[in-house]
Each structure stands twice: as C-alpha cells, then as structure tokens.
Design a protein around this ligand. Structure first.
Ligand code: MN
Length: 321
C-alpha cells in the first residue's frame, strides 16, 4: 500500500458524491500528501459546485474538479478512491464511472465495512472511525510529513465522522491520530468544529421546524420527523439532509432509533437513520441505500408520507414492536 503511494506519478483522487467532511477532507489530505512527494494529483467529485460552506472552505477545496468522462482522456497512471464503499457512490453516469475505474489501477482506501473491495489494491480498515484515520496511519507509516493544511483536512474528517469524538467508533487510536494532527498544526476547533455544527440562519429555522414536528412510537423507542418542501419554503431554506437533525433526534430520552425524512420531490424521499445499538443498515439496504451499522441512509421513489410509513413500519418490525 505504501508502495502505491510512492509509485504514483499522475494520480487521480476521487471520493463519494454529496461530499462530507471525511470524504472531502481525506481526498484533500491525500492530494496534499502527493504534493509533499512532488507529485501533482487531480481531485474530482460529482458536482463539486454543490459543496456548501463550511466544507468548501477546507484547504484546497477550490481545486476540486467535477467527475466527468473527460477525466478519462487525461494521462493518469492510478486512481485513488477514498471513503467510498462502492463505485456507485461516486455518483454521475454509471458508464462514465465504470470507464474511469477501468482505465487505470484503482487503489481503494476506506473504513466502511460494506466496502466492495473493487480496487486492484484495497486498504479497508473497518475498525477505523474515519477514512481520515486510515490515511493518517498510512501517511505516518509512509513517513510523509503532514502539513498544517493536511492535518486540518484530516481533523475535519475525524471530527465529522465521529461527531466530535462522541460516537462508539472513537478508539484510542482515533484520539492518537487527533493528537498527532494537532501537533502537526491542524485545527480541532475552528474549521473542523464548524464542519460539524455550521448552519445558516435559514437552515436553523428549518432545523427548529423539523424538531418541533418530532414524533415517537408509543413505546418511545423510535423517533422521527419529516422535513417537507412546505417547511423549507416557509423559512426560505432548501430541503437539505447533510447534518445535525438525525443526531439531534437521538438525544430524545428513550430513543433507540431516529429517522429523518426529507422530501426531495413529489415522489422522492430521502431517509437518514441512526441507532444507539441495533444495527439499521440492513433496513437502508433493503431500499437500495447503505452506510454504517448505526448510521445509514436511503432514498425511495415515493411521496414522503408513503416513505415514512414504509420505513417506520419496517423499523418497528426490526425492534419487534
Ligand atoms: Mn467516512
């Protein structure tokens, strides 16, 4: 694996669509590592123009290019894919994606236990709390010095995926990585903290409306809310599913499973699921989604009310209620 890092001359670095702090921070840090080796990497994600503040303020984020078929015309020699369990999660046209991944050898670096091992090299550490933690280990082992910007990008990934070192995946090694990133000049507060918590005024109002609409099952074990287009319109926000709400619902006393439904269109609903212990990824997978055992998501081509009914009934069955 260390070899693959050192051998790359013209690497292409990809990470999943709907960038989060770990996918983007890891891609940017890997780009920084190549720069430290004197190698210029091209970083690409699906629709980078949609990356919103503060994620687009991560050091180097302005250099990320769109994932397009044209990338296949460039003279790369290897493709690094980070934080992406399967090629489909890269987004974009399947044909374009498969073509890109078939031109050059693929190095797949990840921490999801659902990773499909689609690379020529697969470096998947499922015990790691974030891909940023995997990369930190790799770069340390490869003795590639961490710049302050690389450290900030990796720290954003750690903070993002562990919700500020709160979730159970946080291990002594995660905290050692965080300490070493601090020593390298990375920020733990500031940008990484904003990555976790930043919310515009419109999004804050939408968050409030969604919390006010929270519902619970009779036994209180399942809590959910719906973020509808009408709610978003009333506060001049867009229905946005990136962060905050699913974790906030988990704070409800007695809640074992939290679900947030987002009305993306008249017949298109996204659901984000969180669990305190009972694995819920299988439910997401039944609807073509995925994620982690305790944090997963899915999108169904159904009106929000239908989707909510379907998924909540399924979660009730899961809990045997
Ligand atoms: Mn991740």
């Amino acid at each position: 694996m260390i070899d693959a890092l050192h051998r790359a001359r013209r690497p292409l670095v990809l990470s999943h669509r709907d960038s989060d702090a770990d996918s983007l921070g890891s891609a940017l840090a890997l780009g920084g590592a190549f720069a430290q080796l004197g190698v210029e990497a091209v970083l690409a994600v699906h629709q980078p123009d949609r990356i919103a503040p503060p994620l687009n303020e991560l050091p180097g984020a302005d250099a990320v290019v769109p994932l397009t078929a044209e990338l296949g015309d460039a003279n790369h020699d290897v493709v690094f894919v980070v934080d992406t369990a399967s090629p489909a999660l890269l987004g974009g046209e399947p044909g374009m994606r498969d073509a890109l991944l078939n031109v050059w050898p693929v190095v797949n670096i990840d921490h999801h236990d659902s990773n499909q091992h689609y690379g020529a090299v697969n470096y998947v550490e499922t015990a790691a709390a974030a891909t940023a933690e995997v990369l930190w280990g790799l770069l340390t082992e490869a003795r590639i010095p961490l710049t302050a910007d690389m450290a900030t990008n990796l720290q954003a990934g750690l903070v993002g995926d562990t919700l500020g070192f709160q979730i159970a995946d946080t291990s002594p090694r995660t905290l050692r990585a965080a300490a070493s990133l601090l020593e390298a000049g990375g920020a733990t507060h500031g940008l990484p903290r904003r990555v976790l918590n930043a919310r515009t005024i419109a999004a804050s109002r939408l968050y409030g409306a969604a919390l006010a609409a929270v519902q619970a099952s009779a036994d209180g074990c399942i809590v959910w809310t719906c973020v509808t287009q009408a709610m978003a319109d009333s506060v001049d926000a867009s229905v946005h599913y990136s962060h905050g709400l699913p974790n906030a619902l988990q704070e409800v006393v007695g809640a074992e499973i939290a679900a947030v439904f987002y009305e993306l269109g008249p017949e298109r609903t996204r659901a984000s699921l969180r669990s305190t212990g009972r694995p819920i990824r299988e439910v997401a997978e039944e609807y073509g989604g995925g994620g982690h055992q305790l944090a997963a998501g899915l999108t169904v081509q159904q009106p929000i009310e239908v989707a909510r009914q379907l998924v909540i009934d399924r979660l009730r069955a899961l809990l045997g209620a």
